[in-house]
Write a protein that binds this ligand. Structure first.
Ligand code: ADP
Ligand code: MG
Length: 698
């Protein structure tokens, strides 16, 4: 294959020596294209620059890079099960002679012709008799060829069964050799000059085969910058499209339903809620589409804020939608909104997956002819069959459960030409500043920090088996006062379809344990109708104790619930525990969170104790992020936005900020970035076009 024929997005199969089998192995390492291979970087490097002589080898010492000639060679069958075949060779250099031994390398003796020059990397094994060079790495140096394994810094690549580090290294070295200009330089010249970056091609080579420390550091710095820069350009383009190219309806009508709702509300908004309502309202009055993130800890009262925004849309004659990640939560939002809005004569539609056909049809036709102005729903809202007459505002609750993509999906429901609805996303999982800039870089942010007045801090305890009876007595006393209890069981795969699930077992035990209380059960596989009726009964007090899976994790709001028991708490992430704990303490009563756990390690135990001490969602998110990584915690991992090749979000956050500033200022300063920076734009589109839904912007 000549180099003219190889292009970065070709499959690795075009490369010499890569057949179907090797391609499959490479795919296991995440490498499909030539470009993937070029960016498949070593996991570490070995400094073998300092060549040694045979006389420098000491028994039991470290492996050394050597050069020697074959003197004699012999082979024989091995002893024992693992060494079936043994090759031994006597090697010499100017300083001395040494024996080397290899196991199970049939055919090696044939090529170790006396006089052959070898590059080696190996150590002298301490053993009875004379010490030997034990299984050294070898490379044949024909006609004074330059060694790739000695006398230089050697890359060590990730490997997989059937494809070892050396084969990966050889393959990559081969590609770099055939492609003198392996990658094109996508960074604008002025940026490279400003930061003193090497050109892309030499940086790439330096990453694979470092020549010296300074150059390597510079190459890595460039790679990291470039990775962040491409993503930030993508985000800047997305914001630009929002700001420049789209218009949204301005909700300027005087408040009508909104004002009446506020007057009818039984409580005063907190100062934070008022401020956030104002921020959102100001956005909604402009004809630029709002793109705002509302962050507020569990129980801080985001729903009312959302409703204020929904009503502003309504008052201006537009439709508005609220999307929730689970059917149970959508149902609950519908109930809450109906309770508040029925007295004001406003209908609230509900659209979930489990809706009976007739009800679904009614909602769909109401949305398309505009007779239904307010709708709450799940993913069902973004299906193709849903048509809005004039959707003006879309709110997404518990955004971290959806990820970045659905935000676009919902707003694109309403997009016609240059028209786009306003978007508000809400989350209780605080997103650290770095990640915010990174993934939600095109969003404005509002934060609710205070909880409504009169809330008492939730007390959290961690107990083991022995304290369960006392805990159950306590639950009974709580329920006797009319308070309610959640009992959360982790979902464990059932081994046999006829076995009762752990939840069902627990439910039966709890019924037996609390004969005077009404015990209910809730899990994800129940029908929507059953779920609704159980949740309704728990909210109204017909059920005192609810045994549930984590379906209750987000959003559920039952102010009379004062205790949540979390079984096998050690299995949950800290943020998830915090969400679960947020199901209680939503009213004026003292509430409790009981972690019922058998932590197996000291670390696991320490983590739970740490959780007992922490109540602030921001602090918990930080701790969780330190443990599990930011992408995981904020639900962006699966979208690939945080899958960097070299960059590391926590380590390189400073570079990220610089890259962001440069990217945003570049996009802002260009009349048409596509014609001014075609290579940069095509790199951005290739990597992020689909992920960020900006592919069509050109
Ligand atoms: P979250 O932010 O977790 O979504 P919710 O919106 O569900 O929280 O609110 C939690 C509870 O607090 C609800 O019962 C809600 O009616 C109540 N609430 C909200 N704002 C206030 C307030 N300003 N004063 C008193 N209670 C409030
Ligand atoms: Mg909520």
């Amino acid at each position: 294959m000549t180099r003219q024929h190889i292009r970065p997005d070709d499959s690795v199969c075009v490369l010499k020596g890569v057949g179907e089998k090797k391609a499959l192995l490479l795919e296991r390492l995440g490498v499909r294209t030539v470009d993937d291979l070029l960016h498949f970087f070593p996991r570490r490097y070995e400094d073998r620059r300092q060549m040694a002589a045979l006389k420098d080898l000491i028994p039991g010492g470290p492996p050394l890079p050597l050069r020697a000639r074959v003197v004699t060679v012999e082979e024989r069958p091995g002893y024992g099960a693992r060494a079936k075949h043994i090759t031994r060779a006597c090697l010499s250099d100017e300083s001395g002679v040494v024996w080397a031994v290899w196991f199970n390398r049939r055919g090696l003796a044939r090529v170790l012709v006396p006089g052959t020059e070898l590059a080696l990397f190996g150590a002298l094994k301490q053993q009875p008799g004379s010490p030997e060079l034990y299984n050294p790495e070898i490379e044949f140096l024909s006609d004074g060829a330059v060694s790739r394994t000695t006398g230089c810094i050697v890359p060590v690549y990730p490997s997989t069964e059937g494809l070892n580090e050396r084969s990966v290294a050889k393959l990559i070295a081969g590609v770099l050799d055939t492609l003198p200009n392996a990658v094109s330089d996508v960074l604008p010249r002025f940026i490279s000059e400003k930061y003193g970056f090497a050109d892309a091609d030499s940086a790439l080579r330096e990453m694979h085969c470092p020549t010296d420390e300074q150059k390597f550091k510079a190459a890595r710095a460039r790679m990291i910058f470039e990775e962040f820069f491409l993503l930030q350009i993508g985000l800047a383009l997305r914001r630009r499209r929002g700001v420049l190219e789209k218009t949204a309806p301005a909700f300027n009508a005087p408040p009508n339903v909104q004002a009446r709702f506020l007057a009818s509300l039984q409580f005063d908004l907190t100062d934070d809620q008022k401020r956030v309502v104002e921020e959102i309202s100001a956005d909604l009055k402009r004809s630029v589409p709002m793109n705002r993130l509302l962050q507020g800890d569990v129980g801080s009262g985001k729903t009312v804020v959302a409703l204020m925004a929904l009503l502003q849309a309504l008052d201006s004659g537009y439709q508005a939608a609220l999307m929730a990640p689970t059917g149970v939560l959508a149902e609950q939002h519908a109930l809450t909104l109906r309770k508040w809005l029925a007295p004001l004569g406003v209908d609230v539609g509900l659209l979930t997956g489990g809706l009976p056909a007739a009800a679904r049809k009614a909602v769909l036709s109401g949305l398309s002819d505009g007779s239904l102005r307010l709708v709450v729903g799940t993913h069902a809202l973004i299906q193709d069959t849903v048509k809005f007459k004039n959707l003006g505002l879309a709110i997404i609750d518990e955004q971290h459960r959806f990820g970045v993509l659905q935000r676009r999906a919902l707003s694109s429901k309403a997009e016609k030409g240059a028209y786009s609805p306003h978007i508000l996303v809400m989350t209780a999982t605080p997103i650290p500043r770095t990640l915010l800039l990174l993934v939600y870089g095109d969003l404005a942010v509002s934060v609710i920090r205070q909880l409504p007045k009169g809330r008492q801090p939730i007390r959290t305890v961690c107990i083991g088996e022995s304290r369960v009876p006392r805990m159950e007595d306590f639950l009974d006393r709580e329920m006797a006062q009319g308070h309610r209890v959640y009992w959360v069981c982790p979902l464990i795969e059932e081994s046999d379809a006829f076995d009762a699930s752990p939840l069902e077992l627990r439910y039966e035990q709890l019924r037996a344990r609390f004969p005077n209380r009404r015990v209910g059960m809730l899990h994800g596989r129940m029908s929507e109708r059953d779920k609704t009726s159980v949740m309704g009964d728990f909210a109204s007090g017909k059920i005192d104790l609810l045994a549930a899976t984590t379906v209750v994790e987000v959003g559920m709001d039952v102010p009379e619930a004062t205790v949540i028991v979390i079984e096998n708490a050690e299995r949950f992430g800290l943020s998830q525990l915090h969400q679960l704990r947020g199901r209680v303490g939503r009213g004026p009563y003292q509430s409790w969170c009981v972690l019922y756990a058998q932590p197996k390690s000291r670390d696991a135990r320490e983590r739970l104790l740490q959780f007992c001490r922490l109540s602030d969602g921001f602090a918990i998110a930080e701790a969780d992020m330190a443990l599990r990584g930011p992408g995981e915690v904020c639900g962006v991992r699966q979208h690939g936005l945080t899958d960097f090749r070299v960059a590391d979000l926590s380590r390189d956050s400073g570079v990220m900020k610089t890259a962001r500033a440069e990217a945003f200022s570049l996009v802002k300063s260009c009349a048409n970035p596509y014609s001014e920076y075609p290579e940069l734009m095509s790199a951005v589109m290739g990597r992020y076009g689909r992920l960020l839904d900006i592919a069509g912007t050109a």
